[in-house]
Design a protein around this ligand. Structure first.
Ligand code: PLP
Length: 636
C-alpha cells in the first residue's frame, strides 16, 4: 500500500485485501469488510470462460461501479447540505452533472436516478448532449435543472425551448452577447418564455493547465460591459424577469479553496449587481472545478492534486456567496455546481494485462568478456585497443574511463559496420557489451519495459495530450514485494504510446517479474484508477484500437458478493472500421471471394478465420486467455 500510495489517493474506495488483491469499497467509508469486492474476482468472472459463470469478455476491461457513483453523488450533496445548515444559509444546493465528462448512457441515467431525491440535474454543451439530457431528465425530478451551456445556433435554442415547454427546468446560458438576439427572437416565434442565464468572464484566474478558460482573456463568457448591455436590452424588451441565473467556470481542478473563494466572491458580486438592476436572479451556478487528488499528496501544488476535501470545498462556496449577499441584503440564491470530474472519476477502473517485458540479462561484465573475445582478431587495431582498455578499466573499477572507452568502441564499430567491415554478429556483441557497461556503471537504470495490451490514445488520452497522471498499479500479488522497476509500452505503433511517468514524481513503477510470482499462475493485471471522467469521451481510434469491454458491477448480498448487471464486449474490428466509413460486410465478402479463388480447398477455413477477425477486438489475445480457451484445457 505504501509503495503505491493507495492509502492516500484510494481512500475511501480502494484498498488491498488479505489475498493481496485490490478490493473496491462500494459504499466508501461506510463499507463493511464483508462488502468489499475483490477486483481480481471481477476480472475472472468477466474474462475467464472457465470461471464459474464466466462471461468470456476480452481485455482491456472497464469495470464500472454504480454504487461508487451513487456514493460520490450523495457525498457531494451532503457536503453542501452540511455547509448550508452549519452556516445558516437560506437556500438549497441543486447540482448538475456536465454530461461531457462521460456521456455513457448508464452513467447519466444513474446520476438522474440517484440524484432525483435532491433535484440533481444535467448540463449540456452541444445539441447532441442536450437531446440526451432532455431524454434522461424526462424520467427525473421536475425541479432538476437542465443547464444549456456551449455555443448556440438557432437549432440549439429551439431544442432548449422545446425542453422548457416540456416542463423541464431549462436555463439557456448565454456564452456570447450575440446569442441574446437569437434567444429572444426564437422564444417570441415559438411563444415560449425562456429562463436565461449569463456566463460571466471573471477576472479571477486559475493558473494551472485547466485554468486557460479563466481570466479576462479566457475563451468563454461575457465581460462586465457585455453583461450590462444584456441586462439593459432585456429591460427594454420587458424580459428582465427572464434573467435568473449567473454562471461562471474558472477551470477544472481548482487547486485551493483560496482561489475558489476568490472566484465565487467575484461572481457573487456580479449576481448581486444584476439583482440590483432588477433581474429576477435566483441561482448562482459556480461551474465545475471541484478537483481530484490524483497523486494523493493533498498539496494542491500541481494539476494532479487539490488541497481540500468535499466539505471544505462546499463550505468555501457557501460562505463566499453568503458574505456577498448579506452585505448587499440580497436573498441567498440556490447554489448550483457543475461538478463532473469529482462525480465520475472514481466510479470505474480500467484493467489491462501486461503481456511481456523486455528481458533482463543476468550476465556481468566479467562473465561476458570471454564470450566477446572470439571476434577480437577480426577487429581493426584502434577498435581492439579500445576494447582492451575498456576491459582493463572495468577490472580496475574505473567507471568513468570505462564509459569513455565503451562509447568510443561502439561508434568505431558502427562506422566499420556501415563500411561493411564488421558483420551483424559483431555489432550485436558490441551493443550488448556497451549496454552491460552502462548497467554496471549505473549509467543506465535497470528499468524494464512492460508491454501492455492497451492503447493509451484510446483509454488514457489525457496522459498523452496534457501529461495528466493517473494512479496505475497491479491489482493482485500485492502481498509480494515487487522487485522490478518498469515502464509501460502500449500496442500502438507510436513512440508516444508509453507510460513513463507516474504519480509521486516517479519515472518507473514497482512491478513484479512476469512469470516470477510465487504460488500463482496466470496473467499479470494492472489497473488504471480515477479515470472515469473525460478519458472515454476524449479517446480516439489510433491504429484502430477501439473501446474496451465494459462491465457494471454492483454489490450483492452475501460476503464479498457482487453482481454483473451489464456486460458489453469491446468494439470489434468491424465496429472500428465502420466508424471510419469502411463497410465490413462488403469487405468480408470481397476478401472471402478472393480467398476462395486463391486457396481452393482451404477456402472455408480461411473464410472462417476472416469472419472471426472482423468480429473480434483489435487487441491481442493474451496467452492466458488463449490457454484457458484452448480445447482440452481445464483453465487455471
Ligand atoms: N462546466 C463547464 C462549463 C466546463 O467547461 C467544465 C469542464 O471544464 C465543467 C463544468 C466540468 O468541470 P469539472 O470536471 O472540473 O467538474
Amino acid at each position: 500500500a505504501v509503495l503505491y500510495r493507495i492509502d492516500s489517493w484510494g481512500v475511501p474506495y480502494f484498498c488491498i485485501n488479505a489475498a493481496g488483491d485490490i478490493a473496491v469499497r462500494p459504499y466508501g467509508a461506510a463499507t463493511l469488510p464483508h462488502q468489499e469486492i475483490d477486483l481480481m474476482k471481477v476480472v475472472k468472472k468477466a474474462s475467464d470462460p472457465k470461471f464459474d459463470g464466466g462471461l468470456g469478455l476480452r481485455l482491456p476491461l472497464l469495470v464500472r461501479f454504480p454504487d461508487v457513483l451513487r456514493h460520490r453523488l450523495e457525498s457531494l450533496h451532503s457536503a453542501f447540505e452540511f455547509a448550508i445548515q452549519s452556516n445558516g444559509y437560506g437556500s438549497p444546493y441543486q447540482g448538475v452533472y456536465p454530461v461531457k465528462c462521460n456521456q455513457d448512457r448508464y452513467i447519466v441515467e444513474d446520476i438522474v436516478e440517484f440524484g432525483a431525491p435532491f433535484g440533481f440535474g444535467l448540463e449540456a454543451g452541444s445539441k447532441a448532449e442536450l437531446l440526451l439530457a432532455m431524454n434522461c431528465l424526462s424520467k427525473g425530478s421536475p425541479e432538476a435543472f437542465l443547464i444549456c451551456n456551449g455555443y448556440k445556433d438557432e437549432e440549439y435554442i429551439v431544442l432548449a425551448l422545446i425542453a422548457r415547454s416540456m416542463d423541464l427546468n431549462t436555463v439557456i446560458v448565454l456564452e456570447q452577447e450575440e446569442e441574446l438576439d437569437a434567444v429572444v427572437e426564437t422564444s417570441l416565434r415559438l411563444g415560449v418564455r425562456p429562463v436565461i442565464g449569463l456566463r460571466a468572464k471573471l477576472r479571477t484566474k486559475h493558473s494551472g493547465h485547466f485554468g486557460s478558460t479563466s481570466g479576462e482573456n479566457g475563451k468563454f463568457g461575457l465581460t462586465t460591459a457585455q453583461i450590462l448591455s444584456v441586462a439593459h436590452k432585456l429591460q427594454r424588451l420587458d424580459m428582465l424577469d427572464c434573467l435568473q441565473l449567473l454562471h461562471f467556470h474558472i477551470g477544472s481542478q481548482i487547486p485551493s479553496t483560496a482561489l475558489l473563494s476568490d472566484g465565487v466572491s467575484e461572481a457573487a458580486q456580479i449576481y448581486c449587481e444584476l439583482s440590483r438592476l432588477g433581474a429576477s436572479m435566483r441561482v448562482i451556478d459556480i461551474g465545475g472545478g471541484l478537483g481530484i487528488d490524483y497523486d494523493g499528496s493533498h498539496s494542491g501544488g500541481t494539476d494532479m492534486s487539490v488541497s481540500y476535501s468535499l466539505d471544505e470545498y462546499a463550505d468555501a462556496v457557501v460562505r463566499s456567496v453568503m458574505l456577498a449577499c448579506d452585505r448587499k441584503h440580497i436573498r441567498h440564491p440556490i447554489i448550483c455546481s457543475e461538478s463532473g470530474r469529482a462525480l465520475v472519476s472514481h466510479h470505474s477502473v480500467l484493467i489491462f494485462e501486461a503481456i511481456s517485458s523486455s528481458t533482463s540479462k543476468a550476465e556481468t561484465l566479467s562473465s561476458m568478456a570471454p564470450n566477446l573475445a572470439y571476434f577480437l582478431d577480426e577487429l581493426a587495431d584502434d577498435v581492439r585497443s579500445d576494447y582492451r582498455n575498456l576491459m582493463a578499466a572495468a577490472f580496475r573499477c574505473e567507471y568513468e574511463t570505462c564509459a569513455l572507452y565503451a562509447d568510443r568502441l561502439k561508434w568505431r564499430c558502427v562506422d566499420q559496420f556501415k563500411e561493411g567491415i564488421l558483420g551483424l554478429e559483431h555489432l550485436a556483441a558490441v551493443d550488448a557489451l556497451c549496454d552491460l557497461v552502462s548497467k554496471e556503471m549505473g549509467v543506465a537504470d535497470s528499468v524494464k519495459t512492460y508491454h501492455v495490451n492497451l492503447s493509451l490514445f484510446t483509454s488514457l488520452p489525457d496522459f498523452w495530450a496534457i501529461g495528466q497522471l493517473f494512479p496505475i498499479i497491479p491489482i493482485h500479488h500485492l502481498d509480494q514485494r515487487p522487485e522490478v522497476k518498469g515502464i509501460l509500452s502500449d500496442l500502438t505503433c507510436d513512440s508516444d504510446g508509453k507510460v513513463d511517468r507516474f504519480i509521486g514524481g516517479q519515472s518507473s513503477l514497482p512491478l513484479h517479474e512476469l512469470g516470477g510470482i510465487t504460488g500463482k499462475e496466470g496473467g499479470y493485471y494492472l489497473g488504471m484508477f480515477l479515470g472515469g471522467a473525460y478519458q472515454e469521451a476524449l479517446g480516439g481510434l489510433h491504429n484502430l484500437f477501439g473501446g474496451p469491454s465494459v462491465v457494471r458491477v454492483s454489490h450483492a448480498d452475501g460476503p464479498h458478493c457482487f453482481a454483473v448487471t451489464l456486460a458489453v464486449p469491446g468494439q470489434s474490428c468491424a465496429d472500428v472500421l465502420r466508424a471510419l466509413q469502411h463497410e465490413p460486410a462488403m469487405m468480408f465478402d470481397a476478401l472471402k471471394h478472393r480467398a476462395e479463388e486463391c486457396a481452393a480447398g482451404s477456402g472455408d477455413a480461411l473464410s472462417c478465420a476472416l469472419a472471426h477477425a472482423f468480429h473480434s477486438m483489435p487487441y491481442l489475445v493474451s496467452r492466458t486467455a488463449a490457454r484457458a480457451a484452448a480445447p482440452g484445457s481445464d483453465g487455471e
